[in-house]
Design a protein around this ligand. Sequence first.
Ligand SMILES: C[S@@+](CC[C@H](N)C(=O)[O-])C[C@H]1O[C@@H](n2cnc3c(N)ncnc32)[C@H](O)[C@@H]1O
Length: 261
Amino acid sequence: MNRSQSTPTFADACESVLSEPESEHSLYTTLAPLYDRLMADLEEHYDNKFRALAPHVPETAETVLEVGCGVGGLLPLLEARFPHVVGLDRRPELLAFAERRARHAALVEGDVTDCDLDERFDVVVAVEYVTAHLLTDDDLAAAFETVYDRLQPEGVFVFDAVVDPVAVEEPGVDVFTGGGYRLERAVDVVPAPDLPGVRVDTDYRVTDVAGDRQATASERLPVRTFTLVELRDALAAAGFGDVVVEHDAADEGAVLVVARR
Ligand SMILES: C[S@@+](CC[C@H](N)C(=O)[O-])C[C@H]1O[C@@H](n2cnc3c(N)ncnc32)[C@H](O)[C@@H]1O
């Protein structure tokens, strides 16, 4: 990707809701500046996440692929440990922010369920709800097959997965301001009858402080949760032989899984 690319601002995100309230708005697309702002406060969280991953990485490992790198919260830590880092994400809007955070990582736009990366890596990581977006068994199988295929022999796949729907997100309201705009974000977590998981319902209300315009938008995000049996079966079907599950090394309600090729 082009490192000089400029990223939209919080004001741009607010303006996109005000000017096109009927369009789809999401933290992963038009509201990516808000997503980036939320992630910027999580430095300590990423330090902890990296500390949980690190013991599972072989000392000799030099190359890592981060699947679903988003705006790149983990990338600087991976860059400090690995000489070669690649971040993959299907959302170009998020990769634009990852570009700003990363120093030497290569960033690739692509879907892990259907991607044509031609490199192989010593380590693949996927953290913070990446697996929660693999909504069907076919997607899960395709993602694990891609990872297996892109790992070196003896390579390690480390990822987290949500096992307790109650821990997905705290319902509540937050207010963000900047650039002459005010954005209220109300989050609720509801059952998702067609999923093993939940749906995160977010309502946004944007106000243009100067012009007194106001608009609302909604985002509905399905989040898949897993049983350990599902994860183990899908990993075994993709070819992984040795699987270890840690219960207390990831976020509350999630497990950290280490699978060896
Ligand atoms: C909640 S975000 C986590 C981002 C990042 N791992 C972090 O720690 O901040 C989940 C990310 O997974 C990406 N993602 C979801 N499904 C994907 C897929 N099939 N292929 C590639 N990326 C995917 C999303 O675009 C999003 O950036």
